[in-house]
Write a protein that binds this ligand. Structure first.
Ligand code: T3D
Length: 255
């Protein structure tokens, strides 16, 4: 069995972390396979990506039995987590974290690096890092602070408190909570909606929001102007306007 499974359904690519007996904890092998899966997701035929976990876990973060395998923690982070987090952010399509279950440590960081998070009501969220005397890495200090704001993020990430899916929703960590029995169907439905959307405009929105974190208003207005000029040249824009005029649903092609 592959430690990361990849499946394609139309324009949706689903990446499943697949070490269910270890709650999909990360090993070097998982990192390498995830890297290959994210590379495959660059295919223009893929218009939405889902990352999820097999069994009752999304991911419990770093496999603690393989911690510090290479002896150089910083080098390991740069060569593994950093590559995959940056690959998610640079993918020009939406990435949906389907948080099916336990989500802890670097698994939490991975979910937060994605563009959208849906949670099963069986999921729960644990900082993990502070429980073993570490700091939130693999983008955790970046994404979680932005999602929750500094006071709440700091209190949570330094407490190691378990957050239920309902609490995660109330905090804005996930956009939706779905009953476990209906979760897979809802993820399929949501991913199909994303794959049928105007992919170029979504990619540019993703890039703009990332850039806004470090831009001045003037810089951001200029970026918007350039991106909008590009969006206005797409077939999807023409189709959107035509569909509006003809009072029908648009059929976006992602180009
Ligand atoms: O150099 C570097 O690597 C730095 C990078 C660090 C990044 C990080 O992610 S640090 C944080 C690492 N993660 C954790 O500290 C979380 C550890 N796990 C837990 O605290 C708990 O397992 C959970 C709260 C996540 C879930 O608890 P529970 O009771 O639902 O499940 P469990 O019984 O603890 O775990 C089930 C199995 O998964 C169990 O194996 P067993 O005994 O049945 O054979 C457990 O050992 C295994 N497992 C869970 N988490 C990990 C793990 N095995 C290896 N590594 C794990 N992280």
């Amino acid at each position: 069995m592959a430690e990361v499974e990849v499946a394609r359904d139309g324009a949706v690519q689903t990446i499943t972390l697949n070490r269910p007996d270890k709650l999909n904890a990360f090993t070097l092998g998982v990192h390498e396979d995830l890297q290959a899966a994210l590379e495959e997701a660059r295919d223009p035929a893929v218009r939405a990506v889902v990352i999820t976990g097999a069994g009752r876990g999304f991911s419990a973060g770093q496999d603690l039995t393989a911690f510090g395998e290479s002896g150089d923690v910083a080098a390991m982070l740069r060569a593994t987590y950093h590559v995959n987090v940056l690959a998610i952010r640079s993918l020009e399509k939406p990435v949906l974290a389907a948080v099916n279950g336990v989500c802890a440590g670097a698994g939490l960081s991975l979910a937060c690096a994605c563009d959208i998070r849906l949670a099963s009501d069986a999921a729960f969220f644990v900082p993990g890092f502070v429980g073993i005397g570490l700091i939130p890495d693999s983008g955790g200090s970046f994404f979680i602070q932005r999602l929750l704001g500094t006071p709440r993020a700091f209190e949570w990430m330094t407490s190691n408190r378990r957050l239920t899916a309902a609490e995660a929703h109330a905090w804005g960590l996930v956009s939706e909570v779905v009953e476990a029995d209906a979760f897979a169907a809802r993820v399929t439905e949501r991913a199909a909606e994303l794959a049928a959307a105007p992919t170029r405009a979504i990619a540019m929105t993703k890039r703009l929001f990332d850039e806004a974190a470090t831009s001045t208003l003037e810089e951001q207005l200029e970026r918007e102007a350039e991106a909008q000029a590009e969006a206005a040249r797409t077939d999807d824009f023409r189709e959107g306007v035509a569909a509006f005029g003809e009072k029908r649903a648009p059929e976006f092609r992602g180009r």
